[in-house]
Design a protein around this ligand. Structure first.
Ligand SMILES: [Zn+2]
Length: 323
């Protein structure tokens, strides 16, 4: 099996190696880098990747990866754990969703291209040097700074690895399982994983809304989710916690037509009947200018969580219940 080659080792103690993969030198001599933690387990087994902050403002997975790395750095598991706490380090540094240098959203351009823009190069280098070495992937996302989402774990049902991905998503044990078959865009890390035959799940956990009171709870959800997947893959010899009752759904991003001051009128997790109001919007004179109605009976997974919304932004994150 191919192994990850680091360009610089920062620290190597026992089973754990921390280091970076470099993918471009800047004018000041510093480098664009991917931070990588590699922990070799004491027994043979699969290689599991967990990465966070593909979107730089989605940091719950980041903190969970660091916690897993600390707790399991002695290698008390089977296989290899690869942790990438912040894949888009530039965006993470700046608490931004997308890259600053070229403006690209990293999770729309996989598998990237080494010969063009720097974010495309990041995607290509990551695909070639990290994704090609793993057996399964957990790609953490969340609500970041403009959305609220209830904890969910998405999986790519496509390809030969779809069943494995489904088992991983269920094992993650969030309240909602997202069967991802309706995305209006491609280019995610998960898409290239499917092409490479790697089962991949996408947890969406936490947001700026819940960080005030529930930051540690959300990190714990991500941490326990990684452990649950490790148990399900035979990497950890621990007893899995009892499964919560999970709702399987297809998440739909319903867009606002106008911009203005928006207000969600339903609670996360609420079941809404077809035609009932999900959110309303007013203009700068206080007149209601738009109302989002439920297109079918479904569940409120989340919403745009800051008052100001632009024309065309995601407004309601609405789940179509599948079972
Ligand atoms: Zn994201």
């Amino acid at each position: 099996m191919k192994e990850i080659v680091l360009d610089k080792v920062i620290r190597q103690v026992g089973n754990r190696t921390d280091g970076v993969i470099r993918f471009g030198q800047k004018a000041d001599g510093s480098h664009f880098e991917i931070p990588v933690i590699i922990i070799k387990g004491n027994k043979t087994g699969p290689t599991l990747l967990a990465d966070g902050a593909t979107h730089g403002d989605e940091t719950e997975g980041t903190e969970a990866i660091l916690r897993i790395a600390k707790d399991y750095e002695k290698g008390d598991f089977a296989g290899t754990f690869v942790g990438v706490p912040a894949l888009n380090m530039e965006a993470f540094n700046l608490v931004r969703r997308a890259s600053l240098t070229d403006g690209f959203n990293l999770n729309r351009i996989f598998p990237g291209n080494k010969d063009t823009y720097i974010t495309h190069r990041l995607a290509a280098v990551y695909t070639e040097r990290v994704l090609s070495t793993i057996d399964a992937a957990i790609c953490f996302h969340g609500g970041g700074d403009v959305l609220h989402l209830e904890p969910l774990c998405g999986y790519m049902p496509d390809g030969e690895c779809g069943e494995k991905a489904k088992a991983m998503a269920e094992a993650f044990n969030a309240g909602y399982v997202w069967h991802i078959s309706n995305l209006p865009f491609g280019g995610m890390t998960a898409h290239v994983c499917v092409d490479m035959g790697i089962p991949c799940v996408i947890p969406e956990v936490g947001s700026h809304c819940s960080r005030l009171h529930n930051r540690q709870r959300d990190i714990q959800t991500c941490y326990q989710g990684i452990k649950n997947i490790m148990i399900s893959m035979g990497m950890l010899d621990e007893k899995a916690p009892e499964r919560v009752k999970q709702i399987v759904m297809e998440l739909h991003y319903l867009h606002a037509y106008n911009g203005g001051i928006q207000t969600p009128v339903r609670q996360p997790g609420e079941i809404v009947e077809k035609g009932e109001t999900l959110c309303v919007m007013q203009d700068m004179f206080g007149n209601q200018i738009e109302e989002m109605k439920a297109p079918w009976r479904g569940v409120v997974i989340g919403f745009w969580s800051v008052p100001v919304i632009h024309p065309g932004d995601w407004w309601s994150l609405y789940g179509k219940i599948l079972d």
